[in-house]
Write a protein that binds this ligand. Structure first.
Ligand SMILES: CC(C)(COP(=O)(O)OP(=O)(O)OC[C@H]1O[C@@H](n2cnc3c(N)ncnc32)[C@H](O)[C@@H]1O)[C@@H](O)C(=O)NCCC(=O)NCCS
Ligand SMILES: Nc1ncnc2c1ncn2[C@@H]1O[C@H](COP(=O)(O)OP(=O)(O)OP(=O)(O)O)[C@@H](O)[C@H]1O
Length: 209
């Protein structure tokens, strides 16, 4: 199975790209969804987070108060490092397990959509990596609209992530998403064709010299 890692900074358009690849029939593992699963109420990860950050990061029902935790970690690099150290190992283990299951089920291509692909170590599971990028002002406007963030919160979230070259210098392909949705869709469809070609080449028995 060919594994494509999809990464890039917040608001660049990874979610749209992975949704389009899913429409094309590819299996998609959404690292944000996996993160929600491993940090659900009652998990060892949430217990460790509450111990490290205090009871205010929990709701009365024991679930994570994501807004409160986000406000803490996105304004303090040391706290973000601490959260990553607690959350990334179980996220990586769960993604690996899901990819193993997809391989066993015979999928030709799987896509992992992960904003922290490199930080989590998920890049080491991937055959190809595509970085989705867009200009900072565009990303700012997109996440303010999508997540209902005020401008300072949105800027804080962008500042908590590495700059664009961190992603582009480590990726095999770059999808620049500064245009309209139709342009992005066309670029994704072209990427999908290339992935299928690679998957077919891997499946071909080695009878040719
Ligand atoms: C801090 C948390 C609780 C905030 O939750 P909230 O629901 O408000 O935001 P959400 O998870 O949707 O994240 C919004 C965006 O922030 C960025 N982001 C998330 N985690 C990180 C991180 N560790 N480092 C840098 N950017 C991050 C991503 O672009 C993400 O899409 C949450 O982001 C979290 O638990 N992060 C640590 C786990 C992680 O790295 N998740 C990313 C998937 S591997
Ligand atoms: N080319 C585009 N034109 C207009 N809106 C766009 C475009 N690309 C993405 N969007 C919108 O911008 C928002 C951010 O895109 P998306 O959620 O795909 O980003 P992301 O890279 O997954 O971000 P995050 O890491 O924060 O989850 C979404 O509401 C999406 O619909």
């Amino acid at each position: 199975m060919v594994i494509l890692g999809l990464t890039g900074p917040t608001g660049a358009g990874k979610g749209f790209v992975s949704q389009r690849l899913a429409e094309k029939g590819f299996a998609v593992v959404d690292a944000d969804r996996v993160a929600h699963d491993v940090m659900a109420a009652g998990t060892p990860c949430v217990a460790a987070i509450a111990q490290a950050f205090g009871p205010d990061v929990l709701r009365p029902d024991g679930s994570l108060n994501r807004r409160a935790l986000g406000a803490l970690v996105f304004s303090d690099p040391e706290k973000l490092r601490q959260l990553n150290a607690l959350s990334h190992p179980p996220i990586l283990a769960q993604i690996k397990a899901e990819l193993d299951a997809l391989t066993a089920a015979g999928y030709p291509v799987a896509v992992v959509d992960a904003p922290t692909l490199f930080e989590c170590g998920v890049d080491r599971l991937c055959d190809r990596i595509t970085a989705v990028t867009a200009e900072k002002g565009t990303r700012l406007a997109r996440i303010m609209a999508r997540d209902g963030l005020d401008e300072s919160r949105a800027r804080q979230r962008i500042a908590a992530q590495p700059d664009t070259p961190f992603y582009t210098t480590r990726a095999d392909d770059i999808l620049e998403n500064n245009g309209n949705i139709a342009a992005l869709r066309a670029a994704v469809d072209e990427l999908a064709e290339r992935l299928l070609t690679q998957a077919r080449a891997e499946e071909r028995p080695c009878t040719e010299k």
